[in-house]
Structures are given as C-alpha cells and as structure tokens.
Design a protein around this ligand. Structure first.
Ligand SMILES: Nc1ncnc2c1ncn2[C@@H]1O[C@H](COP(=O)(O)OP(=O)(O)OP(=O)(O)O)[C@@H](O)[C@H]1O
Ligand SMILES: [Mg+2]
Length: 139
C-alpha cells in the first residue's frame, strides 16, 4: 500500500570548516493517514532540517521523500508549491505571519496563491474555529 509520507535514507550534509557535517544522516520514516508523530531531539539535532526536506522546502543531499507515492523533489517548483498549498500544513519555527495583515488575511493567503473553488471566508472561519482562534478580535 502507498503510504502518505515515506522518507527513505534521507541525508543532508553541510560543509563546515572544510569538513562534512551531517545535519540529517540516513533518516527513515513511514506515515499513514491519521498518524500523529513527534520528532524529538536536542537543539541542533536536525529536526527542522528533516521537516524542511519532508515538505520539499530543502533539497536532501541523498535519499527520497515520497508523498502519496510521488518523489516531491522531482516536482517542478510550481508543482511542489501546489502540493504544499493543497496538502501540507506547515508551521515554521520562526516568525512566518505577515504582520501588516490581519489573522483572517494570513489564513486566506493559500486561496489567493492558487485559485480554489468554494467560499474563502467560510473556509477560513472553519479553520480558525478548529484551532480555537475564532473570536471577534481575531479577524
Ligand atoms: N545552512 C546551514 N549550513 C550549515 N549548517 C547548518 C545549516 N542549517 C542547519 N545547519 C546545522 O544543522 C544542524 C541541524 O539544524 P536544525 O535547525 O535542523 O536543528 P533543530 O533540531 O531543528 O534545532 P532546534 O531544536 O534548535 O530548532 C545544526 O547543527 C545546524 O547548525
Ligand atoms: Mg528547529
């Protein structure tokens, strides 16, 4: 059966001081629908690097990321952006919200990047409600 997400021997090597530094070294993971997975490790152990590669934001030095059976690093930039827009929710470690925009505008952005069917406003309110952020002051 095709897994939702499959990481195979993922490796990311950086050059530091002329030497190879393995930020991620041969990581494997298999995740199906509904799985809830925590990646735990001390600071600098490669958690963000692993997540960035898994979401197609960073290229691995070696290994593959299969999302629904497709290698996401073989997609074009536009195809990868579309996949993230439609199927991947990613909250980065650093600040990522656009501070001049309202909460409502920030959550609406995926609808404006790729045109979607349906009611934007209703969908945004449903998402905000799901995470307990639907208050008169939030939007
Ligand atoms: N662009 C880069 N060039 C060189 N080394 C890097 C680069 N990006 C990350 N690293 C190194 O790779 C290692 C893993 O970093 P990463 O940010 O993935 O760790 P982390 O587990 O997310 O840490 P934290 O818990 O502090 O968020 C660290 O030692 C970091 O310094
Ligand atoms: Mg991190």
């Amino acid at each position: 059966m095709t897994e939702l997400l499959e990481l195979n021997e993922l490796t990311k090597v950086y050059k530091r001081g002329g030497r190879n530094f393995y930020a991620v070294n041969g990581a494997n993971l298999s995740a199906g629908p509904g799985d809830f997975i925590s990646i735990i490790g001390r600071s600098g152990s490669g958690k963000s690097t692993l997540l960035n590669i898994s979401a197609g934001l960073l290229r691995p030095t070696a290994g593959t990321v299969l999302f629904e059976g497709h290698d996401i690093h073989c997609l074009s930039d536009k195809e990868a952006s579309f996949l993230r827009n439609e199927k991947i929710g990613y909250v980065p470690q650093g600040q990522s919200l656009l501070s001049n925009f309202t909460v409502f505008d920030n959550v609406s952005i995926p609808w404006f990047l790729f045109k979607r069917e349906g009611d934007v406003e209703g969908s945004v309110f449903i998402l905000l409600e799901k995470v307990g952020m639907l208050s008169p002051h939030a939007a």
